[in-house]
Design a binder for this molecule. Structure first.
Ligand code: ATP
Length: 518
């Protein structure tokens, strides 16, 4: 299946099966804002639980926090977000479409690179085994011309950004004859910096009201609580603070479903370490985080690390974990070594000392910070992308010879067990409800009695339910049910009193957590 089709199908599936709806759907939605439906919210909660427990339960020196979305406006001045959290924007006057100027230039460079690759491929075909690529690209006239063009664009672009010269960015777009992909015209407005933070007013009357921001990341809530947590929790370095919460960014190009949203959720952990030990802990967290992903059991080739070439102003090392989404390899998580930048800045702006007295070293210092920051919604999309399967069963000529199955790891599945009486009579629903009333305390169960058993199985496959049990006439005689496994579709006869143990063992989140400590 083409990747684009797959992406569209996943989006449609999310809506059809109660995972994700466009926000304000009856009013035709709101750009890049989404609501999670009855199954989506369960899956999301399970992802949160897996992350939270992997941090707070498995590390004695990591504690949690839930800080407010609204924060003192100076927080964002100190962190650099007021001045620097922005994208350069340009509009096409004919199509009225808005673009990120840096993305237009980046795509233009990619196009030229594509021409080089074409020349190389042509030559490789012509020369066969004798082809020497290094020699070809360093001598071929056409390739050298294209490469020169790319280098010149890069030079001008970097210079313009370093000087904050937006007119020079625009001139580059004009000189390179970059056209709007929609209208095809080169009728551009000037370039403006566009801050990604949403602002609002605090206070009941307009005058005297203060402009405050909806937080664009949860991390700052952790930094400003560093001292509160360290002191009240009597925490010793190294220690971490973990938080899950909403973040808001006024993204300009927001057309990729859950991948780029304006309101989203982050799971962030700031780990405070001794200066000089940051490199060691950066490596530690890089390993821990990829293990967390790998424990989900998906294809490991679909993950890769992407080292940042250009570091943010606060970082001395940064790596992204990228996943092979149907829209290509893209960032799902960032691991950043943030030095003492944030704590020092907050110290400077607040006038409060944000330090740690290290007994062993007998000195005070501002801790360094390693951050792990993962998008909850992007993880949700990752799970859907990895789990979505269309299977041709080929065993039935009728309607049910195909199935869509979500191979979500059992501990994260929205519903763990579907309880299905074969018929709506002969006392079978009563037995089913009795089973339900006992097992509902252990894990999420769903009772269903409508439609044929085949249809009910398909519906459960489509939401990723790992187990179904069917109650039939034999149940009345020997207290056994049919247990059906989602992935293999195998069925086995099981005694009712064994259900709790068998299923609990498989759907417990500790199955995933144990893999992290091996
Ligand atoms: P990108 O380069 O894709 O815009 P970023 O580098 O700005 O992402 P960070 O600031 O490092 O992202 O945020 C940490 C994590 O938060 C990201 O790895 C991602 O999973 C998530 N995230 C960031 N922006 C969004 C968004 N608009 N929608 C959904 N998730 C997001």
């Amino acid at each position: 299946m083409a990747k684009e089709d797959r992406f569209k199908k996943i989006i449609a599936h999310c809506k059809e099966y109660g995972f994700v709806f466009p926000s304000s759907d009856i009013y035709d939605g709101l750009g890049a804002v989404y609501d999670y439906g009855q199954n989506g919210v369960e899956l999301k909660n399970n992802i949160k639980e897996y992350w939270w427990k992997s941090m707070v339960l498995l590390h004695e020196n990591i504690v949690g926090l839930d800080s407010a979305i609204f924060m003192h406006p100076t927080v964002w001045k100190a962190s650099g977000h007021v001045d620097a959290f922005s994208d350069p924007l340009i509009d096409n006057k004919d199509s009225k479409k808005r673009y990120r100027a840096d993305v237009l230039i980046e795509e233009h460079r990619e196009k030229i690179l594509g021409k080089i690759n074409k020349e190389v491929a042509k030559a490789a075909k012509r020369f066969g085994d004798d082809f020497n690529k290094a020699e070809f690209v360093s001598t071929n006239g056409r390739v050298l011309k294209y490469q020169g063009q790319i280098d010149e664009i890069t030079r001008r672009f970097v210079e313009a950004l370093e000087n904050g010269d937006l007119e020079a960015v625009r001139q580059l777009i004009v000189d390179e004859k970059i056209a709007c992909p929609v209208s095809g015209s080169r009728n551009w407005t000037e370039v403006r910096q566009f801050n990604l933070m949403f602002d609002t007013k605090l206070g009941s009357v307009a005058e005297g009201a203060h402009t405050i921001y909806l937080r664009p990341e949860t991390a700052q809530g952790i930094f400003v609580n560093y001292l509160n947590v360290q002191k009240t929790g009597r925490m010793k370095i190294p220690f971490g603070i973990a938080q899950i919460g909403k973040a808001f960014r006024n993204e300009i190009v927001a057309r990729q479903f859950l991948f780029r949203m304006r309101e989203f959720e982050q799971m962030e952990m700031q780990f405070f370490v001794r200066p000089g030990e940051d490199a060691k802990w950066f490596d530690y967290w890089k390993k821990m985080r990829i293990n967390w992903h790998n424990a989900l059991g998906f294809n490991q080739d679909d993950y890769r690390f992407h080292e940042h070439e250009k570091l943010a102003h606060y970082a001395n090392a940064a790596v992204d974990i990228e996943y092979n989404f149907p829209i290509g390899f893209k960032e799902v998580e960032g691991i950043h070594s943030r030095t003492d930048f944030d704590l020092k800045k907050h110290q400077e702006f607040s006038g409060k000392k944000l330090q740690f007295f290290d007994n062993e070293m007998n000195e005070s210092y501002t801790p360094y910070v390693i951050e792990t920051s993962i998008g909850l919604d992007r993880t949700f999309l990752l799970l859907l992308s990895a789990a979505y399967c269309e299977e041709d069963l080929g065993n039935d000529k009728g309607k049910n010879d195909k199935r869509i199955v979500l191979r979500i790891p059992a501990p994260l599945a929205p519903v763990k067990l579907a309880i299905l009486p074969l018929l709506k009579k002969d006392g079978l629903p009563e037995i089913a409800k009795e089973i339900m009333s006992e097992l509902r305390f252990e894990f999420n169960c769903q009772y269903e009695e409508k439609d044929t058993i085949g249809r009910r199985y398909r519906r459960q496959d489509a939401i990723g339910t790992p187990y179904c049990i069917t109650i039939d006439h034999q149940t009345r005689e020997d207290n056994t049910v049919t247990l059906r496994h989602r992935d293999t579709m195998e069925q086995e006869r099981i005694s009712i009193d064994k259900l709790k143990t068998i299923i609990s063992e498989k759907v417990n989140i500790s199955n995933l957590l144990k893999k992290l400590t091996q």
